[in-house]
Ligand binder design. Structure first.
Ligand SMILES: CC(C)(COP(=O)(O)OP(=O)(O)OC[C@H]1O[C@@H](n2cnc3c(N)ncnc32)[C@H](O)[C@@H]1OP(=O)(O)O)[C@@H](O)C(=O)NCCC(=O)NCCS
Length: 167
């Protein structure tokens, strides 16, 4: 575990470009995300920031010396039958991993989700992403299934693991 100072707070519209850059940097690693850099638009981030005002979603950022080094999205289900469900997205900049940032973001976001009365957290993760799977298990997520060969990354098939946690 690295010793790194960071603070966390909800994202604002002014953060959208920086979050976009961070997500593109992590996307360019080509190992963790569905979206590659040219498949994302900054407007998608702005929409998420706006959604927070409806109290149905949370977008948290982690900052180190004024630089956004981590982002976590808890996105509430948009239809009545899944209004109790949260879909999770998470990224920490390459040089800032293993410093407890994801764990801190997770603790804060799970407390928020409980307070708002959400019942189920869910996500899909590449079967090769052991660091993320280990993080999710640490927070009590369980594997629910496998979507075989869901991804094709540089000529290799990769399964998606579906995980969830009931609150
Ligand atoms: C997965 C990720 C979010 C973890 O963020 P982080 O800030 O480094 O995580 P933390 O420092 O809070 O570590 C929390 C736990 O994650 C797991 N973990 C983190 N890095 C790990 C690694 N390199 N190897 C194994 N487990 C790891 C461990 O369980 C760790 O708990 P521990 O320190 O008690 O062992 C980060 O590596 C990342 O952003 N990866 C790229 C993007 C990504 O995979 N997003 C998720 C897509 S589903």
């Amino acid at each position: 575990m690295k010793n790194l100072e960071f603070t966390i707070r909800p994202a604002t519209l002014e953060d959208a470009e920086k979050i976009y850059d961070l997500l593109n940097d992590v996307g360019a690693e080509n190992t963790y995300f569905l979206l590659e850099p040219d498949e994302r638009a900054v407007e998608q981030i702005t929409v998420l920031v706006h959604q927070q005002t409806l109290n149905r979603s949370l977008l948290l950022v982690a900052e180190n010396n004024g630089i956004i080094v981590g982002v976590l999205g808890f996105i509430g289900g948009g239809f009545r039958k899944i209004a109790h469900v949260i879909e999770i997205g998470l990224a920490i900049g390459k040089d800032f991993r293993k410093s407890g940032i994801a764990s801190t973001l997770f603790r804060e976001a799970i407390a928020w989700a409980r307070k708002k009365g959400f019942h189920r957290l869910e996500l899909g993760v590449l079967s090769t992403n052991q660091q993320a799977i280990s993080l999710y298990k640490k927070f009590g997520f369980q594997e629910e299934g496998v979507r075989k060969n869901r991804y094709r990354i540089e000529e290799t098939w990769v399964d998606e693991i579906l995980m969830s946690k009931l609150l």
